[in-house]
Design a protein around this ligand. Sequence first.
Ligand code: ZN
Length: 177
Amino acid sequence: MAILKIAKYPDPILRKKTELVDFSDKSLPKLVEDMFETMYAAEGVGLAANQVGVDLRLAVIDCSGGEDPKERLILVNPEILETRGDVSEEEGCLSFPKIRAKTDRADYAKVRAFTLKGKAFLVEGDGLLGKALQHEIDHLNGRLFIDRMGLAQKALISGKLKDLKAEGTPKKKKAGK
Ligand code: ZN
């Protein structure tokens, strides 16, 4: 197992819609184990493959933070089937270190996904699980939690967002005039 490097905003891979997983890909079980290990090490409850630089429609979630093996969810090629209710609650994202802000989402989500072996299943939930399902599937569509914040929330984090952008952008030499 290995801890992978997490792509930080504004890395362009976070804005890319990911490619469908091919179930014959033999590297998937190891990738999934590494993603869980990376997520636990970073104290997150969800991680999408493009957050570790892999362009695949694959995400892991564990709302117990590694406490309960039954909570481990592997979502291959997931799609949201249904959402209900509106919430605006504080969220964080491993690609946005030190930033937390109220994010507008549905409370409940129902998702169809596949196991690593290609078997379809349904998963649904509200509260933390409902939000995590939506947050991770957003990632796989190139959508970030900052896209779901109101203007007031975005204004509150704009300074931190700017710092993050500056850290992630290679420094260019200023051309003298
Ligand atoms: Zn995230």
